[in-house]
Design a protein around this ligand. Structure first.
Ligand SMILES: Nc1ncnc2c1ncn2[C@@H]1O[C@H](COP(=O)(O)OP(=O)(O)OP(=O)(O)O)[C@@H](O)[C@H]1O
Length: 232
């Protein structure tokens, strides 16, 4: 049985550029089920990051609603939103956003410490995750001592630390060469299947997107193809 995890209902986003209204998203309608892996693909400026930010409660739609397990996230207090992001969501960015002065292990443990876990528990879980992403030997290294692909593996492990229901990844392979990008994408695919965590991955790379089970295709802020519909 599939259960709807997060739904975008007629989501629109409009920015004022000083002279005009910019309709960055218009009538975006789709949902992510528990354990699903879905790519949001589109060219630069099509609205991918804006959509992902709205889905993660980092930005607010101008129209429409974002529902998490049927609840409208716009109705939540800032505190509830922050708790939700910390407990239910994981984020991965193009430029990893790891803390440079902390080791790989400490970076992964950080969200757990923030959540109130003991240092011992957090370290244990971080070690387990580091091993799972193939970096068991690199725990004491700082981000600057790791390759781009290794940093993204650490970022993936950090995003999964709190056992989120949903990971939102914004161009996680955008800064990597083709082979490394494929490996990082394959790792997220494996983890999705192993952990039943849903992943929404934004990419401008159609080939990478097509290697994933489902795609939402954005063009000028509108969905043009979604989940098996014919291309337009
Ligand atoms: N805060 C903002 N104010 C005004 N315009 C914005 C703002 N944020 C984004 N935009 C505009 O919205 C459009 C979509 O931007 P967005 O970053 O969502 O696209 P994208 O598909 O993620 O692009 P890229 O692949 O280049 O990151 C762009 O035209 C951008 O300039």
């Amino acid at each position: 049985m599939t259960t709807e995890l997060l739904a975008c209902e007629q989501v629109g986003k409009c920015y004022w550029d000083g002279n005009h209204d910019l309709d960055v998203l218009q009538g975006v309608n789709f949902s992510v089920n528990d354990g699903e892996l879905l790519a949001i693909v589109g060219s630069s400026g099509s609205g991918k990051s804006t959509l992902l930010h709205c889905m993660g409660g980092l930005d607010t739609p101008s129209t429409g609603r974002i529902l998490f397990r049927g609840n409208d996230i716009a109705k939540w207090s800032p505190r509830k939103l922050a708790e939700w992001r910390n407990q239910q969501l994981g984020f991965i960015y193009q430029f990893h956003h790891l803390l440079p002065e902390f080791t790989a292990l400490e970076n992964i443990a950080m969200p757990l410490l923030i959540q109130g876990q003991s240092a011992k528990q957090a370290r244990l879980r971080a070690t387990e995750l580091l091993q799972r992403v193939g970096l068991g030997q690199r725990g004491e290294h700082r981000p600057a001592e790791l390759s781009g692909g290794e940093r993204q593996r650490v970022a993936i492990a950090r995003a999964l630390a709190n056992q989120p229901a949903l990971v939102l990844a914004d161009e996680p392979t955008g800064n990597l060469d083709d082979d490394t990008a494929q490996q990082v994408m394959a790792l997220m695919h494996e983890l999705n299947q192993e952990l039943a965590t849903a992943f929404v991955i934004v990419t401008h790379d159609l080939k990478l997107a097509q290697s994933l089970p489902a795609q939402v295709r954005l063009q000028h802020g509108k969905i043009v193809t979604s989940l098996g519909e014919a291309s337009q």
